[in-house]
Design a protein around this ligand. Structure first.
Ligand SMILES: Cc1cc2nc3c(=O)[nH]c(=O)nc-3n(C[C@H](O)[C@H](O)[C@H](O)COP(=O)(O)O)c2cc1C
Length: 188
């Protein structure tokens, strides 16, 4: 099976982020699905402004090039007030500009997230899908991945302590691999 390079964008900059734990878990489990996951950091991105369009700040330009270099991108995000966290929205806006230089154009993507709420980031993910559709990024549709956190489910270094969650994440990564292969095949 072809091994793909996948960029990982975490929609939380909290030092205790459960979504960063989830991102680490995916990174550990990815080789089983023939994927190499590497984080594309968003912490140092400036707030997007149209003033940047003529000359992107270095952090923003590097962020865009990292997305373009990846075979696909996973967004691992919490939900804030039933929506997309501001840091992640800013990152997506940065990636989308300047007009005509949208780094997500035809880039396969997937969304996944974990929250303390019972519907596990479902609303934020739906809004992310709307943004990714506008950016012309083919996004993995199934399986959806709405994860509710509980104490000890994923350790700090990304070990999943529950077999059914581990199995689900491996299945999800395998579906992502098929999605990326299909998207690359049909765009060639
Ligand atoms: C500003 C804010 C808004 C939140 N809104 C939601 C929400 O809409 N839905 C939800 O399930 N959890 C919500 N939460 C709780 C998050 O699920 C919880 O803080 C989670 O740990 C955030 O993910 P992170 O640890 O990766 O940053 C919110 C938390 C904050 C700080």
């Amino acid at each position: 099976m072809t091994t793909y390079d996948i960029g990982l964008i975490v929609g939380s900059i909290s030092s205790t982020s459960i979504n960063r734990r989830l991102a680490r878990a995916l990174t550990k489990l990815a080789p089983q699905a023939d994927l190499r996951l590497n984080e594309i950091p968003i912490r140092n991105l400036p707030f997007y402004s149209a003033d940047h369009d003529s000359a992107m700040p270095a952090d923003a330009a590097n962020f865009k090039r990292a997305i373009e270099a990846a075979d696909a991108v996973i967004l691992v995000s919490p939900e804030y007030n039933r929506s997309v966290p501001g840091v992640l929205k800013n990152a997506l806006d940065t990636a989308s500009r300047p007009w005509g230089d949208n780094s997500f154009d035809a880039k396969p993507s997937a969304v996944i997230g974990m929250s303390i709420g019972a519907i596990g980031t479902a609303v934020a993910q739906q809004q992310l899908r709307t943004i990714l559709a506008f950016l012309a990024s083919p996004t993995l549709t199934q399986p959806e991945a709405f994860l509710q956190s509980r104490e000890g489910l994923i350790t700090e270094d990304g070990v999943v302590t529950d077999d059914s969650t581990t199995d689900f994440l491996i299945t999800w990564l395998k579906s992502l691999h098929e999605h990326v292969a299909h998207a690359i095949r049909t765009s060639a």
